[in-house]
Design a binder for this molecule. Structure first.
Ligand SMILES: [Fe+2]
Ligand SMILES: [Fe+2]
Length: 174
């Protein structure tokens, strides 16, 4: 299941790279997509222990919701395995988004939401989203949809996501 998702994220991210002419190295992007969730199945306790033992830089939001630690933990594992700075940053911020995530991060973030196995979107919704003119606009729509769902579930919106949204808005205006 996780493998199918990861493969689909890698393929979708590469398609976004082409669609939006992002100019990202396709092999690096594919590889980041393939491995972005490598720690997603770890138990919370293991994620917290790894973060503490390896002094991983994490936010208080991530510590409060340990499943979110799968992003920074994967980034550290991949950095040690020799992945590039761009790949490490993209994986680091794939859950909540960040102004630091770079173009590769944006492609990964959107691909994580859009990949065809995700059942929260139908083909028509996917097609409409892909009509957004820029990857930044696409990230904004993805965030809005994700937040709408979170609100309907009574869940809070993370501070990091809000900051990411504001940084995208600023980029859009620029
Ligand atoms: Fe993830
Ligand atoms: Fe994912």
């Amino acid at each position: 299941m996780r493998r199918r998702h990861s493969l689909a994220v890698a393929t979708t991210a590469v398609a976004l790279n082409t669609r939006y002419r992002l100019g990202i190295d396709g092999d690096e992007l594919y590889e980041a997509g393939l491995h972005h969730d490598l720690a997603r199945e770890w138990e919370s306790e293991a994620l917290v222990r790894f973060s503490v033992d390896e002094q991983v830089e994490v936010s208080d939001e991530e510590l409060a919701h340990p499943v979110l630690l799968h992003a920074p933990v994967a980034a550290v594992v991949l950095e040690r395995a020799g992945m590039s700075h761009a790949q490490v940053l993209a994986v680091r911020h794939h859950t909540l988004g960040s102004s630091e995530m770079g173009l590769m991060g944006k492609a990964l973030f959107c691909a994580d939401y859009l990949e065809p196995n995700r059942t929260h979107l139908n083909d028509e919704e996917r097609r409409l989203l892909l009509q957004e003119a820029t990857i930044e606009a696409l990230c904004l729509r993805v965030l809005e949809r994700a937040w709408q769902w979170r609100r309907s579930e009574g869940k809070t919106i993370s501070r990091a996501s809000r900051a990411f949204y504001r940084s995208l808005m600023a980029e859009e205006r620029a």
